[in-house]
Design a protein around this ligand. Sequence first.
Ligand code: PLP
Length: 348
Amino acid sequence: MFDLNKILRDNIRNIKPYSSARDEYTGKEGVFLDANENPIGSVSGDYNRYPDPLQKALKARIGEIKGVETSHIFLGNGSDEPIDLLIRAVCNPGEDNVVILPPTYGMYRVSADINDVAVKEVPLTKQYDIDVNAVLRAVDENTKIIFLCSPNNPTGNSLSSENILYLIRKFNGLVVLDEAYIDFVPNKSFMRVLPRYPNLVILQTFSKAWGWAALRLGMAFASEEIIDVLNKIKPPYNINEATQRIALEGLKQVGKKEEMVETILAERKNLRGALNMLRCVEQVFPSDANFLLVKVAEPRKMYNYLVSKQLIVRDRSTVALCEGCLRITVGTRAENGALITAMKNYSF
Ligand SMILES: *Cc1c(COP(=O)(O)O)cnc(C)c1O
């Protein structure tokens, strides 16, 4: 049985969080002389007041879009913030460990390393899916989190739902399911089953499909108990006011996001077709995301050649199981066209 209290670090279980001025008095009306803000105004813009520490208005809107109660939503300065907070909440430095399934997103290891938390690597299979038995063999009494990324970065495929569910059911620690690319394949989201699994945390982000990478806004969805812990240990004003305002306004245009997703999916199909016609391309892997993992004949040379043409892709060829591969983000039609033209002219 999963018991959050059992896996929380002792210092976190008993923590008394920072109480900000905006936590102690939450009314909207009044003369505010409690937060040492500038009463006259801002040098520019209208930003002299501290933002809502719990982002209530923004969460209400996100809750409507995602179909969840606001008590199940945590907002972070990018989804990288909840990755770090979750590790800090449950992993004792120098003692506990997390499991990751490479090749995968680099931040799980970086956050664990920063926190002096050991990382157990259980590689994906050759088909880039979960080796559930190997994962369960790797788990020990100090394993607190399994990180899963679906669709996975950098491979692009979604992990099998059965395997994800199996791990959620078998593992008594947290399963963090990173759905950064889920807007490109929404029917594979685990959001609908979230209420059934108290050990499941789903991460999503506004950095990809919504086009707000620069705003730094990520989401974690989980049980109220887990969200409460994250709220207790986060920096008090982790989502700045400009981000909250821009996102709240932009979230009125869900249709625009969906339109962009449709365009990107159509361009992904075109790009895949064009890449498959090239002599230098050995394989284009299946993708549910906004990028393609592409195996080419001379990856490092190709990468340098493309850079010389000011076409920047990601060289993943030294990553285990990604030998020979470049990760190519789907661009606009013109950008993809320029890439294909350049690759066509590449001479061995
Ligand atoms: C891009 C990406 C993120 C997003 O991180 P942000 O901090 O929200 O920008 C998270 N996970 C994966 C796997 C990603 O590729």
